[in-house]
Design a protein around this ligand. Structure first.
Ligand SMILES: [Ca+2]
Ligand SMILES: [Ca+2]
Length: 382
């Protein structure tokens, strides 16, 4: 998702200070313009985030300024043995970007046992004074680089911090139109996940959300870790099983006992809560995979280190395999050719069979690195 762009086109629709033709919008944004019609009905410019620091983006602490906290212990991490595996598509649900299944060789690594929690993230914020992307007043200089040349700057009063919040409809909707369940909410952030009137009291052991890829990178640097590569993530997710569809094997998601926090029923208007959670669950609420890792399927999507390219697997598919792939040098998503994207993995509490089946170990997702959402978090490796 291109958060900055979504935000920008919200402003267009609210103020109508540009009359853009449908063709032009499609050219610029693809289907993302759909978002804005819903987003512009949410909140108002007076909802600017509490404690939003003054000034532009350059006033905030940068990744370069983040210092390692000095903790070299591997508490809460699991040792993953190196090895060889076949990465990519395992069943007929696979998207084109999961092909071809290809051989990958990995060195050993350590990975967090669970998604980074609110308590863990709060320590990072307290220690560093870091301000997350969702809490920052958008930086026009940065934003305009993702927009067509000559696009005019909006009024300063409209440059407010916000994030994408899941707002489920009451009735069946077109699953191609995600503006039906996503809202652009000023004031939403990791500590106010549903907007300015919400908080994370009592949710210290829930995964942190509304974190951008940049935020996740900053946390990992402070912790002396890094984000997993996409290959490391998938290998860890497979839990030592070979060519299986899910971290637990091949038993269908809707068979037997609940295996992950997903969406049961009809997305996005009816959730049967068979797994006992409508929204996000505390980490470690479901059985771990074979490596002892929790929520590698569901709960929240998890950022990976890699750039996203839909054709990346084709480029690295060799008979002898590829060792420690780091992702492509650049990003390309045919759905949104003008927006650079990073990979995320594992699906979320919003995934079900009718929509994304994101809990499959091979399923790939992609988002703009400046995007935070209410179903996207991360874990680190070392
Ligand atoms: Ca659930
Ligand atoms: Ca997860």
């Amino acid at each position: 998702m291109g958060t900055l762009k979504l935000w920008y086109f919200k402003i267009f629709h609210v103020n109508q200070f540009l009359k853009l033709s449908k063709a032009y919008l499609n050219f610029c944004l693809g289907f993302f313009c759909l978002f804005t019609f819903q987003a512009c009905n949410q909140g108002s410019k007076t909802d600017a985030i509490e404690n939003n620091p003054p000034g532009n983006g350059s006033a905030y602490i940068t990744l370069e300024q983040i210092k390692f906290n000095g903790d070299t212990s591997k508490t809460g991490m699991i040792s993953i043995p190196g090895g060889v595996f076949m990465m990519g598509a395992d069943n007929e649900q696979a998207d084109q970007d999961e092909y071809p299944k290809h051989k990958v060789i990995l060195d050993p690594f350590w990975i967090d046992q669970h998604e980074v929690t609110n308590d863990q993230f709060a320590k990072f914020i307290q220690s560093t004074g870091y301000v997350t992307t969702a809490e920052r007043k958008p930086d026009w200089e940065e934003l305009k680089q993702q927009l067509p040349p000559g696009t005019p700057k909006p009024d300063e009063s409209l440059l407010v911090a916000a994030s994408l919040v899941f707002t489920p409809p009451q009735q069946q909707v077109d699953l191609n139109d995600f503006s039906q369940w996503w809202s652009w909410v000023p004031g939403a952030s990791w500590k106010k996940p549903d907007g300015p009137d919400s908080n994370i009291d009592g949710k210290g052991n829930y995964p942190v959300i509304h974190v951008s890829w940049d935020d996740a990178m900053a946390y990992c640097k402070w912790a002396g870790k890094r984000l997993p590569t996409e290959a490391e993530w998938e290998y860890a997710s497979r839990g030592g099983l070979i060519n299986k569809i899910y971290p637990w094997g091949n038993e269908h998601i809707n068979k037997g006992k609940a295996k992950a926090n997903t969406w049961e029923g009809n997305f996005p208007y009816n959730n049967t809560e068979f797994d006992a959670f409508y929204g996000i669950a505390p980490v470690k609420s479901f059985a771990p995979n074979g490596y002892g890792l929790y929520d590698m399927a569901g709960n929240v999507w998890e950022w990976c280190l890699d750039n996203y390219r839909n054709d990346y697997y084709q480029s690295i598919n060799k008979p002898d395999g590829i060792k420690n792939p780091q992702g492509p040098a650049d990003s390309f998503d045919p759905d949104e050719p003008y927006t650079p994207k990073k990979v995320s993995r594992g699906g979320s509490f919003m995934c079900n069979e009718s929509y994304c089946s994101g809990y499959r170990v091979a399923r790939r997702m992609k988002s703009s690195p400046d995007s935070g959402m209410s179903n996207l978090g991360f874990r680190c490796v070392r």
